[in-house]
Ligand binder design. Sequence first.
Ligand code: ADP
Length: 337
Amino acid sequence: MATVSLEDVRKVYRGGVAAVKGVTLHIADGEFISLVGPSGCGKSTTLNLIAGLEELSGGTLRIDGAVVNGMSPRERDIAMVFQSYALYPHMDVARNLAFPLVVAGMARGDIDARVREVASVLGLEALLSRRPKELSGGQRQRVALGRALVRRPKVFLFDEPLSNLDAALRTQMRGEIKKLHEQLKATFIYVTHDQAEAMTLSDRVVVMNQGEVQQVAPPRELYDAPANLFVAGFFGSPRINLVKPATLAQPEGNVVLGLRPEHLHVGQGPAPAGTLEGRVYLVEPMGAESWVTVEVAGERMVARAPGDFHAPTGAPVWLRYDAARLRRFDATSGRAM
Ligand code: ADP
């Protein structure tokens, strides 16, 4: 197991693209940390720098306290799991799992023991003699995970490992990766563009945008106390409502107000005192709840309502919110106030 630390890490690709612009981050031993952000924000580049697959343009990278800037990927003792499984099609599962150990020159008996152990952790025992083409997508991804596990590296790096799977399988494998982390207690660094994956898996989440870290915090804190408008808008589905103070009848100046849809109550019938009046723009039934978009003072806001909420488009409704739930952002800088 290992700590990983980045100090002012930079990457400028040939041609001048500044993909990572000075990232400082200290990852604890055994931590599950996710790098999340929109496509092109520098997540994969950061991961590849940690792996040693890309060369740093600046800064210092340490694994377990030792500077690894010039070290090859092999010397760093890390394992990487990618979204494409890259299994050897002509080898069965057992041989695919054994391969990294064969390459490392381990003795036959030790290899067999290691493969059996990993197969048992991942529930692959019954599949050991199958070829990759005889496996489902989820089973293949599990073998790819197993191949990273057999070497018992200090650090595991994951680059969008679930993005090729269908939605149901993705949720299942997400749970398995979380359980795996609990079992191994190794350091996991996980890249995803999916906010739900980052939230459910991680001890801490690193939110990136345009090559820069926006916030590093546990998931709950990111959600409740986003550092800026970018982070506020990135987490939460439906998205946080970001509106002018006037829309919420707040007498304030140069700020943007943020209010989560679960903190906005929508009601029908005569409007009680102190509520906002609006009209239904759209109702989206989601099963357990409905997302209701309401037009108020020329802006649209989304409220979470019970699953059986019904109202035609244009129907008058009222909205109530708890002012203590409002988040304030500087309208110029976007920073939380
Ligand atoms: P993400 O993983 O967040 O989608 P990347 O780290 O892959 O983002 O990319 C960050 C930026 O660097 C993007 O602008 C991308 O186009 C650029 N980039 C990535 N790889 C290379 C490369 N090998 N050469 C030049 N530019 C690259």
